[in-house]
Design a protein. Sequence first.
Length: 323
Amino acid sequence: MKKRIGTMVAALLLSGAVARAEMVDRVAAVVNRDVIALSEVEKRAAPELARLGSAVREPQKRAEERARLLKAALDTLIGEKLMEEQIRELGLAATDAELDTAVSDVKRQNNITDDAQFERLLSGEGFTVKSYKEFLRNQMSRMKLVQIKVSPKVKVSEEDLKAAYTQYTKMESEDAEVHARHILVQVDPKATPQQVEAAHKKALGLAEEARKPGVDFAGLAKAKSEGPSAADGGDLGFFRRGVMVPAFEKVAFALKEGEVSEPVRTQFGWHVLKVEERRAVDVAPFEQVKNELETRLKMQKTEKFVEQYVQELRQKASVEVKL
């Protein structure tokens, strides 16, 4: 009797502990026998969730977007769990020797000469040495699985390459390079809203001044810009899409030759842009970009086949989503 009472007490204590654990960290999904906690999902979605806070102001839309981001992160984690089961079954986990070699390669590629420097690099990316090695081992193990189950299906034909080159030439010929100058009014990252607005007003005044007939934009930039290019009259030279920060690039490629923009906000402050010249981009010949196109197509097809493979695993597995 005492033994039974003791068992009952233990069971009650255990159920209480489980209840408290659920209150602290909800279960987002159960994949066969593996549990995915909500905290794992939130951690995986953290970068996108952080951007969401500043990008979407309306509460309902923010809630809907948050739910979408969490679902996408959960789907990714479910896929990884299913692949991990296959890795265990097939004995494909990366060995300690393979991991050590990979870590040495990372250190060599980043010119890292000592462990303290390596720890600082990882810390800047949100890793400890232990968590990074775990992350790297998982990545390497999944790559082994992909090489066996997916890579043999990935084929890129000459017709695929020529079709990709046709699309490439169309995109390149429609694009252009712009030669721009800018005047920067710096804003400290910790600036108050009042300081940001004061800098904005200053930038508005500079934009108005730059548009006056006969004003030399380069001379104005030399005199008033607070950026490192001020000495060169704010000259940024020619650049293509994908080089500048998105907000800056969007305005630069929308301006006509000789046109001066309204102030544009980036992490550096407020910019007033002027496009000096636009020119067409020369399209590289097929043989020159063939290898790059092949690599890109293989990556795209591999991603597609990996998604199909994960869906096949999911159909055969017991997956209970609780999010």
